[in-house]
Design a protein around this ligand. Structure first.
Ligand code: NDP
Length: 262
């Protein structure tokens, strides 16, 4: 199936690692031009160099910024507009989860978590909306199954994920029919956060395969393993593409069957 990305322009926040990087790679391979951003300039630059080497420097743009900095995000939108004159897809992927129970989550942690989850959507949507409208484009929010299936050890992330899902639904109505807005709900994907947890494992002698296998078993993932970033990227690419032209306000679950809600 042709997803229809040839000559289109996509922006992937958090595109220097994991799911965002896999999404940028996939969109480039499908023919899009892609802008990525992340806070860490060095890792972003390394990702941009690799993407440019594989797909052409004229098809890749990278800016080091935090999506929580509204002015910087507007600057990225201006750079994309100047360089390519359009934006067809915004993938709001930047972020990370926070592990804490209610007992050990301070007020400032709650505030920080809600700020990250909500404004990592709000700032890019505001900045790119005029271009998305005129391109009749799409937004994909990278969200988590926690939105529907909260985990007590990730209490504030779960609540903030539910808020994002609610926002996606509102946006899908308010921005229709010009802009489609959808989300992916991730379970456990083998990218940055799990790699960091593996690096900090209790038993340093435990090898990678057995640590991941034990994690999948402990979580009861029906497909028996964590997802790969490319498996999340494929769902994002589909929802953001013209191939999904009649899909808005919807979500694709990429959790290996971990989803227990109907
Ligand atoms: P990674 O840590 O591999 O990648 C996260 C990316 O986001 C990096 O490029 C990081 O770069 C960037 N980033 C983080 N905060 C900001 C910020 N404030 N502004 C700009 N860029 C930022 O993680 P994943 O690929 O796993 O995560 C991608 C998304 O998926 C995240 O939102 C995550 O919460 C979500 N998710 C992941 C799950 C999983 O199991 N992997 C499960 C559920 C949701 P830098 O640090 O340099 O800014």
């Amino acid at each position: 199936m042709d997803l229809g990305y040839r000559d289109r322009v996509a922006v992937v926040t958090g595109g220097s690692s994991g799911i965002g990087l896999a999404t940028a790679e996939l969109l480039l391979a499908e023919g899009a031009r892609v802008a990525i951003c992340a806070r860490g300039a060095e890792r972003l630059e390394a990702a941009a160099v690799r993407l440019a080497a594989a797909h052409g420097a004229d098809r890749v743009l990278a800016r080091a910024l935090s999506v929580l900095d509204a002015a910087a995000v507007r600057g990225l939108a201006a750079a994309v507009g100047e360089r390519w004159g359009r934006c067809d897809l915004l993938v709001n992927n930047a972020g990370q989860g926070r592990q804490s129970t209610f007992a050990d989550t301070a007020d400032d942690d709650w505030r920080a978590e809600f700020e990250l989850k909500l404004f990592s959507q709000i700032h890019p949507v505001r900045a790119f909306l005029p271009m998305l409208r005129s391109a009749r484009g799409a937004i994909v929010a990278v969200n988590a199954l926690l939105a529907y299936q909260p985990e007590p050890h990730m209490v504030c992330t779960s609540a903030a994920r539910a808020a994002v899902q609610n926002l996606v639904k509102s946006l899908s109505r308010e921005l229709a029919p010009e802009v489609r807005v959808n989300s992916v709900l991730l379970g456990l994907v083998d990218s940055g956060q799990w790699q960091r947890r593996f690096a900090a494992r209790e038993d340093p002698a435990q090898d990678r395969d057995s640590w991941y296998a034990a994690l999948a078993a402990r979580k009861g993932i029906p497909l028996g393993r964590l997802g790969e970033p490319i498996e999340a990227a494929r769902a994002i690419a589909f929802l953001g593409s013209p191939a999904a032209s009649y899909v808005t306000g919807a979500q694709i679950d990429v959790s290996g069957g971990l989803n227990r809600h109907m």
